[in-house]
Design a protein around this ligand. Structure first.
Ligand SMILES: Cc1ncc(COP(=O)(O)O)c(C=O)c1O
Length: 426
């Protein structure tokens, strides 16, 4: 008996080692990739434990992660989902849901920054609401509060705010504007988990907030996300929407069951729905990572400062770029190292970025650039044009970012990065 357990365990170890070797071969072609894995063996072991338990679908581990997430973030309700995009969709579907007493109506206006991610934007359309784009700040890339105030009308009912790449806007000023105009706030915090404004976590100011645990983010559950809300009413709606419209786990489940006596209680559907559930495997990995969030943020900050200090003290430094500024009172949770190329490189801009990539520093646009330039938006023929957003256009043209490693960079690595940086501008 003992022998057979031992040999089974050894077989498993052998298989795991074999799998780990395969993983080692698949290294990125870039020395400095955009996606640097945050996974440590201890995170993956938590996932493997769930797999070996055979109880892999959404259950106790997901609940545990949600509870710990709520406690740390200081948000009353947190529900894990299979992606940050799903969390955004659920926020807007909840806002229009017939179970919500104060719900949005078809055609109500929702403000959204012109530099945004597709799945921050499309849930507005998918929920029958009207998006109204707002320009961004030229140097923080976050929403421009002056332009936001100009875009508010009687029809404005909500704001889909994006906290860009670990930073945010002036939340105090924004809150005042929103309160005065009775505008609901959804905070897309998918790029900024752990960042704080005046010591309060981003993602705790709004009625809803969303987070992403995609592979390249500050922490990861492979794919995954979280949606937080402030009322039991919203929590119940989101729970049902997340899982086929099912009544399971809702606070008013018993009351509803009494009303509909001829329906099987295991297959009792009270709302419209999707299947946006995570698995307990993702929850176990995500929770293990979440416990080290502060450390991940700290390491990214150290690496960012190391690179910037080395670049700006180098004799080749000629203000080639401007580094992203953090907003006053924000304690950021950097996503990547974000830069704006100086205008003097306008003509060489593309070739510089190609050189950076070829020499080993992978790079990409800020979120998806000025989103109004994307073919998907053009297809829908909105009245607003990409040219109406000068700052977004500026960021679209000159902004880019590179990845930040999750382990403290050695002096050699930092020098390598800095040399590639300067060579790409030659
Ligand atoms: C601002 C923003 N919102 C939402 C998402 C979507 O998150 P996910 O990839 O988990 O669906 C992303 C993706 O990175 C993002 O940058």
């Amino acid at each position: 008996m003992y022998k057979s357990i031992k040999s089974k365990k050894m077989g498993l170890t052998f298989e795991l080692n074999k799998a780990l070797k395969v993983k080692e071969i698949k290294k990125s072609k870039h020395h400095f990739p955009l996606k640097d894995s945050t996974f440590r063996s201890k995170d993956l072991i938590e996932g493997i434990k769930v797999i070996l338990s055979r109880n892999v679908t959404m259950s106790k581990v997901t609940k545990k992660f949600e509870k710990i997430f709520s406690q740390k973030m200081k948000m009353p309700f947190s529900l894990m989902v299979n992606s940050g995009s799903s969390a955004n969709l659920l926020a807007f579907q909840c806002l229009i849901n017939p179970y919500r007493k104060k719900r949005l109506k078809k055609g109500d206006h929702v403000l959204v920054p012109s530099i945004c991610w597709p799945t921050s934007f499309w849930p507005i359309i998918q929920s029958g609401l009207k998006p109204v784009f707002v320009d961004v700040d030229k140097y923080t890339f976050n929403i421009d509060l002056k332009d936001l105030e100009k875009k508010i009308t009687k029809k404005t009912k909500a704001l889909m705010l994006i906290h860009v790449l670990g930073n945010s806007t002036n939340m105090e000023k924004l809150n005042k504007i929103l309160k005065k105009n009775k505008i609901i706030l959804v905070e897309d915090t998918c790029e900024s988990i752990g960042a704080k404004y005046k010591n309060k976590f981003l993602g705790t100011f709004g009625d809803f907030s969303t987070f992403s645990f995609y592979f390249s983010h500050q922490i990861s559950s492979v794919e995954g996300g979280m949606i937080c809300c402030k009322t039991k009413e919203d929590e119940d709606i989101i729970k049902a929407l997340r899982s086929h419209g099912w009544s399971k786990d809702l606070s008013n489940q018993r009351k509803l069951e009494k009303k509909f006596k001829d329906i099987n209680k295991s297959f009792f559907f009270v709302n419209s729905g999707y299947n946006l559930r995570p698995t307990d495997i993702q929850a176990a990995i995500g929770l293990s990572q979440f416990k080290s969030l502060n450390n991940f943020i700290k390491v990214r900050k150290i690496n960012k400062n190391k690179i910037i200090n080395k670049i700006i003290t180098d004799k080749r430094w000629n203000n080639q770029v401007r580094f992203l500024e953090k907003t006053k009172n924000v304690d950021p949770s950097w996503f990547g190292l974000t830069m704006l190329m100086d205008k003097k490189f306008k003509k060489k801009r593309k070739s510089i970025l190609i050189k950076l990539d070829k020499m080993g520093i992978e790079n990409r646009p800020i979120i998806s650039g000025n989103f109004l330039k994307q073919p998907a938006v053009k297809k829908y023929k909105f009245a607003q044009k990409s040219s109406d957003f000068p700052n977004a256009n500026y960021v679209h043209e000159f902004g880019f970012f590179v990845g930040l490693k999750n382990k403290i960079m050695s002096p050699n690595e930092t020098s390598k990065f800095v040399n590639i940086f300067f060579k790409s501008f030659q």
